[in-house]
Design a binder for this molecule. Structure first.
Ligand code: SUG
Length: 446
């Protein structure tokens, strides 16, 4: 049997909110302070997972992280009982309170970088959790992500889960959102593209926004995962794109197996040329650049076309799961229709993930891709596989425990924390993962 690409989606948490925490992420900045609907966000995410599964693609999920992370506030000097920690941080440091409530772990493309066993020098599948150094609210995801990865990929003969890189600026790492694999099919060896935005040596750099991924981090991951240096390209994102809101490479380029669709200004001119060369040596690979005159970077960012989920359905058939914002944009529709007409894509589906989109997270941000052999599939923790039964349980759990309206002042209510704790307990029971959240619960609830 060929290896298959699994989609691991981050299940949206019950505290999904719009806090404007992400620098260089235009949608998140625009919606700062808006009313969020965590229930709708989670149901949209679940619906996407169900849809993907119905296309015949294996689907799993990462349980939401425990929020709020009261221990992180205590570490920053907020003391007393729960009510006083919440109210003092609400008054003195609202951005920190928002950070420890963030549901940003839902964007699983940033959870880790993954190398399938076909590409590593020891024949194991490698995962390195991202340190997400660029933002406090994201950096607090790393410990639980690491814990989850060990739990799910527990078989040490088949999987290696590395420690995250040191959390210092020169190793800033944002995970698979900056990683692409070019190959014939999921079982074959790939050429790896690792995109970075920052390095000490670079001559041109973003000036409006700070780039997030460091070149040294990408190089370290290539070494740790045992990638073949002859099949690894470390390419610089175009500073112009970063300054227009392309904070991760998956906002401007997408690929699966033999197909890559990207904007002509995704990388610096020099590096885009290196990428073209990879494809020109292999005529059976499909490479399509979108010209700036066809779609500006600004429109690519506002529609998130390149953050569509590109899925290979077998025998080279490609499906594109685009955010519904793309379906409403005439220029994007024209491009997509052209790709359909040229036989590059066989299916296109427009999906509503608006709650996530408003925080700058499209369909591809919501999932981590893990290519596994049959033996590896058999050995992962079964609780996180999306079956019909699991879907129904999660759907019911969300409908029972999630609010349909959340605003910033709700975050300082200790009764909300209690309500959330009940939701997390119920999920532990559903998944048969008792104690999953024990290390993260506040020491006192009321
Ligand atoms: O890191 N948004 C996330 C979106 C991540 C998208 N992921 C990928 N492109 N793969 C980020 O910018 C916003 C949270 C807030 O403002 O409330 C946020 O963190």
């Amino acid at each position: 049997m060929l290896a298959r690409e699994w989609q691991f989606d981050g299940l949206v948490g019950p505290t999904h909110n719009y806090a404007g925490l992400a620098h260089g992420n235009l949608a998140a900045a625009k919606n700062a302070g808006a009313v969020s609907n965590p229930r709708k966000a989670a149901l949209q995410g679940l619906e996407k997972m169900r849809f993907v599964r119905n296309l015949g693609v294996p689907q799993a999920f990462f349980p939401p992280h425990y929020r709020p992370q009261i221990a992180e506030l205590e570490r920053l000097g907020f003391t007393g009982n729960l009510a006083s920690i919440l109210s003092t941080s609400y008054q003195q440091a609202p951005a920190l309170l928002a950070a420890v409530y963030s549901s940003s772990f839902m964007w699983a493309a940033n959870a880790a970088t993954v190398t399938p066993s076909a590409d590593s020098n020891d024949g194991k599948l490698h995962l390195t959790p991202a340190n997400l150094f660029s933002h406090f609210h994201r950096s607090i995801e790393t410990p639980f992500t690491t814990h989850l990865l060990h739990k799910i990929f527990h078989n040490k003969k088949l999987f290696t889960v590395h420690n995250a890189l040191h959390a210092v600026e020169i190793f800033g790492d944002e995970g698979a959102a900056n990683h692409m694999r070019i190959c014939d099919n999921h079982s074959s060896k790939a050429t790896h593209i690792l995109a970075y935005g920052k390095s000490r040596e670079m001559t041109s750099k973003a000036s409006t926004y700070t780039a997030r991924q460091e070149r040294l981090a990408s190089e370290a991951i290539a070494r740790l995962h045992g990638l073949n240096p002859d099949k690894t390209l470390v390419l610089q994102q175009s500073p112009e794109a970063i300054d227009q809101g392309v904070f991760h490479n998956d906002v401007i380029a997408m690929n699966t197996t033999s197909l890559m669709l990207l904007h002509e200004r995704a990388f610096t001119e020099n590096d885009q040329e290196k990428l073209r060369a990879v494809f020109s040596n292999h005529p059976h690979l499909n490479y399509r650049e979108v010209l700036n005159s066809e779609l500006s970077i600004a429109d690519a960012v506002s529609t998130y076309l390149f953050n569509s989920q590109l899925l290979e359905l077998g025998e080279g058939k490609m499906a594109l799961l685009a955010p519904s914002e793309c379906g409403n944009h005439a220029g994007v529709r024209m491009l997509v229709d052209r790709w359909l007409g040229q036989g590059i894509l066989q299916q296109v589906h427009y999906l509503d993930v608006r709650e996530s989109m408003r925080n700058g997270g499209g369909p591809a941000c919501l999932r981590l891709r893990v290519v596994m052999t049959a033996e590896q599939e058999q050995s992962i923790h079964p609780s996180i596989i999306l079956t019909d039964e699991r879907y129904a349980q999660l759907d019911d759990w969300v409908n029972t425990h999630y609010r349909d309206r959340l605003i910033f002042s709700d975050l300082c209510d200790p009764y909300f924390v209690k309500e959330l704790d009940a939701a997390y307990s119920a999920l532990e029971a559903i998944l048969g993962m008792e104690g999953l959240y024990d290390a993260y619960r506040p020491s006192s609830l009321l």
